[in-house]
Design a protein around this ligand. Structure first.
Ligand code: VG1
Ligand code: CO
Length: 542
């Protein structure tokens, strides 16, 4: 029954910020996925006797990939697999199942916020037994194994039925097909004040949740409409489709434009939200007001104690380096630790496991807590709803009060997508060379205080991660950060992160692009963005 297939290594099977992402057709080449999966199993010391959670965001090739992985896991002697019905699991739900069932980890099939379909993107990542994305030591071991692979093991068996909940057998391995929503929804009920939120909906509170034809549709319908009583139809694009219905499931004002138009229009509901392909990101919008993800993190941290799961307060707050310092101000006011980590959720795992922080967030529409080890889009939406229900205020009122107390970290990210890799690399190298000469110099009327390439020493295990983004910090703490994306599949994407703090009270309601204008000018001049990339303006602004 077990087959050993001879193969040769594929180039470039190097996991990025969040797993291995490539064009779907690359993954569909014979042996491509198999080689990576074998390398993954080899890198974690084999799969024999182990239990894995397996599922994905439902994009094209998800179902085929699940069958391939199940056959390979069985062939390596895995004990059992827990699979979401239809092969579906959101990333946070997978993280929860890994932890709940004390498994040996999970394999998640997703390219997250990247579009799906045969001509779009596919991805795979491994999460460790704590439920979090594999740390760099593990992904490096996988990459090393992909370079020397000579064969993989699989079974010669027909596909199993992923559609029926219950237990089945694949050779010696047992497979449990589970409801992808049930355990996750129960976890949410344990954290939040469902009766208070239900009462608010019964009182006429309205919302729109755009699932963008990706994995969160079934979760949002069950939790928001069925359990909380939001009006039927509050969830739009709620059926996961293999190509996401042509939508780009990245919940930001550019790609979730339908939601933005409704929220800024005359008949806007009280609250709006969207999520990404695999359900770990969220965008939050109030009636007539967009909430920047960095502000969302700060507001959630400042108000989390209003939800039953966080009533004891927070142990600490962590944010990725490019995320604005708004959350730091909240931590300082609370007298708890705050942390600045490199981009990517894997860097929060140790802090959460060690009980050093409770809430974490990234500027890229990711927020989460110690309830799982991934960012969690619906969790953030529910915490917002819980806060709104308890405070009885609008999103705009809550933001205004927050800024009045803490001041406002004006923030924006400018993305230059699909630029030539060689040009992007040349720009970053030139910038790195210039760094030591920058402190003390003036740009757009502002003086640079510090300039470096961010390096992180994990406070728990001491591991060091270098080259995590170029930071230019001005004397008034305004910042520019330059990074190249590690999740794209076409050329390079330059991300420029811009931040400026204004203490108020007079200037708390400026247009962020206007408030950041001098920083934006300095960002272009300093790095020579226009000359290197040939672009004078970004194609996505968040
Ligand atoms: C991006 C975001 C990062 C996030 C990562 C995975 O990475 O910037 O904050 O953790 O995507 O998110 P990069 O390297 O492209 O900047 V998800 O929701 O795509 O798994
Ligand atoms: Co995602």
């Amino acid at each position: 029954m077990i087959e050993t297939i001879q193969t040769t290594p594929f180039e470039g099977q190097k996991p990025g910020t969040s797993g291995l992402r490539k064009k779907t057709r690359v993954f569909m080449q014979p042996h491509y996925l198999e080689c990576f999966v074998q390398a993954l199993f080899d890198a974690i010391g084999g799969a024999a006797g182990k239990v894995f959670v397996i599922g994905g965001d439902g994009r094209f090739y998800n179902d085929t990939a699940v069958q391939i992985i199940l056959r390979m896991a069985a062939a390596q002697g895995a004990k059992s697999a827990i699979v979401g019905q239809g092969g579906l699991l959101s990333t946070p739900a997978a993280s929860h199942l890994i932890r709940l069932n004390k498994t040996d980890g999970g394999i998640i099939l997703s390219a997250s916020h990247n579009p799906g379909g045969i001509d779009e993107d596919f991805g795979i990542k491994f999460n460790t037994p704590n439920g979090g994305p594999a740390p760099e030591t593990v992904t490096e071991a996988m990459f090393a194994a992909t370079k020397t692979i000579s064969h993989y093991k699989t079974l010669k068996t027909p596909d199993i039925d992923l559609g029926t909940i219950g237990s089945t057998q694949l050779a010696e391995m047992s497979v449990q097909i589970v409801d992808p929503v049930a355990d996750y929804a129960a976890l949410m009920e344990s954290l939040f004040d469902f009766p208070a939120m239900r009462a608010r909906f019964a009182d006429g509170f309205t919302m729109r949740f755009d699932a963008m034809n990706a994995v969160t549709g079934p979760y949002a319908r069950d939790i928001l409409e069925t359990r909380l009583g939001a009006a039927k139809g509050s969830v739009t694009h709620g059926t996961p489709l293999p190509d996401f219905g042509g939508m780009h499931p990245d919940p930001n004002p550019t790609w979730a434009h339908e939601l933005m138009a409704e929220m800024m229009g005359g008949a806007a509901p009280d609250f709006g939200a969207a999520s990404d392909g695999d359900g770990d990101r969220n965008m939050v919008v109030g009636r007539g007001v967009y909430v920047s993800p960095s502000d969302s993190l700060a507001v959630l941290a400042a108000n989390a104690h209003l939800a039953p799961g966080y009533s004891a307060g927070l142990k600490g707050i962590a944010r990725s380096m490019p995320t604005s310092a708004a959350a730091d101000r909240v931590a300082q006011a609370m007298g708890v630790e705050h942390f600045e980590t490199p981009t990517g959720w894997k860097f929060f795992g140790n802090l959460l496991d060690a009980g050093r922080c409770t809430i974490c967030g990234e500027e890229s529409f990711g927020t989460g807590s110690d309830h799982v080890r991934e960012k969690d889009g619906l969790w953030a939406v529910l915490l917002w709803l819980n806060i709104l229900a308890v405070r009885g205020q609008s999103v705009a009122e809550i933001l205004t009060e927050h800024w009045a107390r803490y001041g406002r970290n004006y923030y924006s990210r400018h993305d230059f997508e699909a630029i030539e890799t060689a040009r992007a690399d040349a720009m970053m190298s030139a910038l790195r060379v210039k760094l030591p000469t920058l402190p003390g110099t003036e740009f757009a009327g502002m003086t640079i205080r510090a300039a470096d390439d961010f390096a992180y020493t994990d406070p728990v295990d001491g591991s060091v991660s270098k080259n995590q983004g170029v930071r230019i910090i001005f004397t008034d703490d305004s910042r520019i950060v330059y990074r190249l994306s590690g999740t794209g599949t076409e050329g390079a994407t330059l991300r420029v992160y811009l931040e400026r703090y204004l203490p108020g009270p007079g200037d708390l309601h400026l247009d962020p692009q206007a408030a950041l204008a001098p920083i934006i000018t300095a960002a272009h001049a300093l790095a020579g963005i226009d000359q290197y990339t040939g672009r004078t303006r970004p194609n996505v602004i968040t």
